[in-house]
Structure formats: structure tokens, C-alpha cells
Write a protein that binds this ligand. Sequence first.
Ligand code: UD1
Length: 394
Amino acid sequence: MSTRMRTRRKILSVVGTRPNFMKIAPIVAALERRPDEFEHVLVHTGQHYDTTMSEIFFDELGVGEPDHRLEVGSGTHAQQTARVMERLEPVLLEERPDVVLVPGDVNSTLAASLVAVKLGLRVGHVEAGLRSFDRTMPEEINRVVTDAVSQMLFIHSPEAREHLLAEGRDEGSIHYVGNTMIDTLVAMRERIDALDAPARHGLSAGEYLLVTLHRPALVDGPLLRVAADALRAVARQMPVVFPVHPRTRARLAAEDPSLAEAPGLRMLEPIGYLEFLALIACAAGVLTDSGGIQEETTFLGVPCLTLRDNTERPITESMGTNMLLGLAPERIREVPELLVQAHGRPYRVPPLWDGHAAERIVEVLADGRPDEPQPSPATSSSSAAIPPASARRL
Ligand code: UD1
């Protein structure tokens, strides 16, 4: 075996949903720029599987084909999490990575981190330490558990450190690296700006509202009808463009099928990364219940109105352009007025949201210093416990 083969570290990343793809893409690129030190394996759980929710991102972001597809699809939380766990375990046993990287806070993130840590593998959580302190959100459970079992905690906001320390995590395991989702935006900026996306939708830059709504708390119950009626009212005052998540589309089909015909409102299929970011960049404002969009609007200086009672990303409020409306869809009617008030309000881009977060993560991975003692493999499955690849090879 050559020296190169013996010293290369194997990093395996697990992605599953739309927002995961842009968080991992710059890390894949940064690892590929150091081929003598790293090899990378990409696993797609298939939590998101529609072309517009998944494949389009692989094409646009240039991460290449996943090495493994688990094709878990939709289901209850338990079903989805269990399927990822069952199907990922043999992949990790076969690949024997040195580090398993898990981005974000979705069910795939939680499932992958649990499987990896129980095999005695080091887990790196990208976007660690965010907290909404709302345990009715499935993502909050996913964040807390993933952080509890990860040895490398990559954070992009100062308060994340405080949360992790308060939960008893060791200072040495926390790495303030910046925001890899913003890395992707920076890397794609020219292509985004070249698209002239508003014109493609018959819109004028700076004059329309961009809307995304998908959280169960809003779309899975009676609040969806309130939101739909308020959107109708806003669309009479300014153009509204609304790429609709499949969860929301299914609920609207049952609850309010005529929304698509509302004057001034354009309901679209989910759209790709470049086109969506281009629509954000030129919007008068964005109305959303997403997490990542609060960050992207802050970076781009576009007013963001968030239909949630809380945010795990408070820096987007304290420094950025975000404003919480509460889980109060009747307040959507105030949006045109709120956008007038938001116009020209000063904002700052948070520290280290500079396009280089992935490089910092790769520096930490290259350093390889033991941040914390390794967990001992679970006794009941010790036959499955494996040493990391570099430990075996060296
Ligand atoms: C998931 C994440 C959420 C994230 C969101 C981004 C969890 C708990 N939730 O929510 O944090 O903000 O992704 O989009 O992990 N569906 C399709 N095609 C697809 C994917 C989903 O039709 O490609 C439909 C299915 O009916 C499915 C539903 O959407 O049951 C919800 O998908 P799921 O992945 O369970 O949750 P999201 O709402 O997408």
C-alpha cells in the first residue's frame, strides 16, 4: 500500500433533504481540493426524492453522484429514522470512515449520527448548537440528540457555543467555522446574479413577495386556511410568488384548492437552488417558516418575515434582516406595510459568513486532534464496532 493510501482520511457525509445539499456541497469541494489527504464518500438517504427536491441540487451544486443511495422515502418520524438507521449501518461497516459528517437538523441527521456513534465512529455535526428551545419542533429534538453524540461540533453563530457549553459539551470539541450554506451562496453568486430570475417569471425586481411555507405547525392544521386567505389579500397589493413544498401542496389540495387561481399569486413547483436564490436576491421581501432562508436573506440584505414563534437562528434578528411574526398567519396581511418599514434598515452579515467555512472544517478534519475521548462501542453490538479506517491503516 502506498504512503498516500495509508495516510488519507476517509470522510463520509450523510445528506437527505433539500437544505442538507447546500450545506455539504462546499465541504465536498474543499475535501476534493486536498486529494492527498482525504477521500470522500457521499450517502444520500433519499428522505427527499422528487427531482425538484433532490436531483436538481446534485446537478446544480456539482457534488457528483452519491456513492450510496438508501432510498428511505417518506413515512412517520419513527419509520423514516429507523429506515435510515437500518440501511446506513451496513454502509458504514463497509466504508469504515474516519469521520461521519452530518449537516443540519433533519431526521436523516439524527439517524446517521446515532448509527455512527454506536459503531464507535467519530461524528462531526455541521450547524451544531442551534436551539429554538421548542421541543415540539422535531428539528429541535434532532439538534439536541445529534449534538449530544457528536465529537466535532462545527458552529456558525456565537450563541451556539453557549448552548453547547450549557449542555456540558467540552470547549475543545466546538469549532467556530462559519456558515457552509453561505459558502455555497458565495460560490454561486455570479451564476445566481446572471439568471435574471424575476423577468423569467414576469416580475420586476424589488416589487414582489417571495413565500415559502412547509412546517407542520403551520401547514398541517387549520392555520393553513388562515395563511391562504391572508396571501390572497396581500397578492391584491403586490405580486406574490410561492414555490410550494410537496407537504404544503398536498395540504392545500385538500384545504384550499382554489388558491392557485388567486389574482396576483403565482404558485410554482419547488424550484432549484440557483433560481430560488435569484428570486430571494431580487425580492422586496421574503415570507417564510424555513430556517436556512432566514440566513440567506440576512446575507443578501433582503427583509425576511418569519412565521414562527421562535427561531434557532437569533443572530438573523439581532444582526440581520429577519423579523419574527409569530405563528400568526393573520399577520401576513401586514406584510406590505412591514416591508415599507423594513426598507433601508441597517443590517450586518454575521462573523465568518464569508464563503470559507468549509475550508475551516477541512482544516479541523486534517488536524485530527482528539477533541474528546472516543466513546466505547455499545456492548450489545460490539461485533459490529469498527475502528476508523486511518487507525487500521496506520
Ligand atoms: C424536512 C425536515 C425539515 C426541513 C425540510 C426541508 C425533518 C423532520 N423535517 O421536512 O426540517 O426543513 O425537510 O424541506 O426531517 N415529499 C415529497 N417528495 C419529496 C419529499 C417529501 O412528496 O421529495 C412529501 C411527502 O408527502 C412527505 C412530506 O413531503 O411525507 C414531508 O417530507 P419529510 O421529509 O417527511 O418532511 P419535510 O416537511 O420535507
